[in-house]
Design a protein. Sequence first.
Length: 85
Amino acid sequence: MPRIEIYTTPWCGYCLAAKRLLEAKGAAYVETDVSRDPAMRSEMMQRASGRRTVPQIFIGERHVGGADDLHALDRAGKLDLLLAS
């Protein structure tokens, strides 16, 4: 399974939804809280092509996007393939 990274904040409902989906898939992830670390938020924005909102999710080297993007991949049947690569 590829490395999964998710940038979050503690009060973000979309972050919780994304983490729940990944957990339901049995996917381990590395979570980075950007709420109090401007340097980490800046890193997230650089990696996510300027996107400022959380969550920002990376599977392997691929920037998936946010929670809506992750759920859309799942509905399209593409998330399992991505997780298996």
